[in-house]
Write a protein that binds this ligand. Structure first.
Ligand SMILES: [Ca+2]
Length: 443
């Protein structure tokens, strides 16, 4: 394990991070143009935003003001935000000096981290379909045996992993993957008992959810999972990118382009929002998503998601039961070819994102900070940025984004995953053929 201050780690991390596979169209976003013009001021909240913060009774600092994070011009300048602060919030800067520690490296395109009760980590590798147990000192187990085969092409492979809330009794873990199937592939959720030890394995593998219908596509798998304190499991899904899938994002007879909510055994909670519609897939929680790659609960246990949008259309959504988040009918972006997708970014009956990026950050992974190591980060959203090669921090007040920061730009690394460890540090994975597991603590 190496402990490096921010300037020193740059040289270390430059090695290997340029070996990335060619980004897929929806990952590629825009090239980074830090010298670009700040853009218009549409995202700057006005003086009317002097709202109380999340923590009642705690005096808040004044809301940030000033220019946004430097970024290129918008891809779709003709679309205007629905409200002030919906994009290009004022740039903010973390005051606490950050120490970046490299715990381990040599992961081939790692995707997700989950913490075991003893602070060891489960780490998935997307393309190899391998799962590892990694200690805080960086020791990596042999690959856990017994996981089913994955369709590793494109954005498929082994994706998220979660530790069951009752792990101490059950030793259960959950994972998502692109499952090879007759007629194509699809996002599947499995669970099993982890048998720990020198040669770890899983036993009693059970498939608890299959995204349907099966289609032949290597794109837009979604795949993030979030357990809730009331014992439910959210799973985020994509619409497979191909036209046959994209149109199903609005179709409740299909799982494509949805967030779903299931019980941990795969059965349907009896308060799910579409149970009154006999044609609807009963697992559906929300509709109209493109490719949801980030999900986390806030301090009120509400589900926030970030979805990979088209060119100029990544969005943050407060993802509520039975609501329609618009894709592909509305949105702020355009096709990567530059062709228009939407007549308008807004429509009655469809939800507006809390925030969007044009140009995109290419999001993946998210945590909402609740630790004590960085008090200034409390309740902030942290989102991994792929094309943006940044850890994106959003300051939120009253469900509006009031400040944005792009951290770790000097690493020049695609950030795939960000999770908060039990002690309040942030843990990251970089997306590269030599992917790294990093830890952020105060210096
Ligand atoms: Ca949307």
């Amino acid at each position: 394990m190496r402990i490096l201050s921010m300037p020193l780690i740059v040289a270390t991390l430059l090695v290997g991070c340029r070996e990335d596979p060619e980004p897929t169209p929806s990952d590629s976003g825009t090239s980074q143009q830090d010298s670009g013009v700040p853009g218009d001021d549409a995202g700057v909240p006005g003086d009317d935003a002097g709202v109380p913060g999340d923590d009642a009774g705690v005096p808040e600092d004044p809301l940030p003001s000033g220019p946004p994070v430097p970024q290129g011009p918008p891809n779709v300048p003709e679309f205007n935000p629905a409200f002030p602060g919906q994009t290009r919030a004022p740039a903010i800067q973390t005051k606490t000096p950050i120490q970046v520690t490299e715990i381990a490296s040599g992961f081939r395109n790692p995707w997700a981290i989950a913490f075991l009760p003893d602070q060891r980590m489960l780490v998935t590798e997307k393309a190899t379909g391998s799962l590892y147990i990694v200690t805080q000192q960086g020791a990596k187990s042999p690959a856990v045996s017994g996981l089913p085969a994955v369709d590793a092409r494109g954005q498929g492979g082994l994706l998220d992993v979660e530790v069951s809330p009752d792990y101490a009794e059950s030793q259960r873990i959950y994972w998502t993957y692109s499952e090879p199937r007759t007629g194509g592939n699809g996002l599947t959720v499995a669970r099993a008992r982890l048998v720990d030890g020198a040669q770890p394995r899983v036993e009693n593998v059970q498939i608890i959810f299959r995204m349907m219908p099966t289609l032949e596509s290597t794109l837009h798998s979604g795949g993030r999972m979030v357990f809730t304190p009331d014992g439910k499991l959210f799973v985020t899904l994509g619409e497979r990118s191909i036209l046959a899938g994209r149109v199903q994002a609005q179709d409740v007879k299909s799982h494509l382009g949805k967030v779903v909510r299931i019980n941990p055994d795969g059965t349907v909670p009896q308060d799910n929002p579409y149970l009154g519609n006999p044609e609807a897939k009963p697992e559906i929680w929300s509709v109209g998503h493109r490719n949801v790659l980030s999900a986390a609960l806030d301090s009120q246990n509400r589900l926030w998601t970030v979805e990979m949008g088209p060119q100029g259309g990544d969005e943050v959504n407060l993802t509520e039961a039975g609501k329609d988040y618009g894709w592909p009918t509305i949105g702020y972006g355009e096709e990567y070819s530059g062709a228009p997708i939407h007549q308008s970014p807004q429509a009655p009956g469809m939800e507006q994102p809390v925030y969007y990026w044009d140009p995109v950050i290419a999001p993946s992974g998210m945590t909402i900070y609740s630790g004590t190591l960085f008090p200034e980060w409390r309740n902030n959203l942290f989102i991994g940025g792929l094309a943006s090669q940044a850890l994106v921090r959003l300051m939120v007040r009253n469900d509006r984004v009031v400040g944005e920061e792009h951290l770790l730009k000097n690493l020049n690394a695609r950030i795939r995953e960000v999770v908060q460890g039990p002690e309040g540090a942030l843990y990251l994975l970089t997306d590269a053929t030599n992917g790294k597991l990093l830890k952020l603590t105060p210096q």
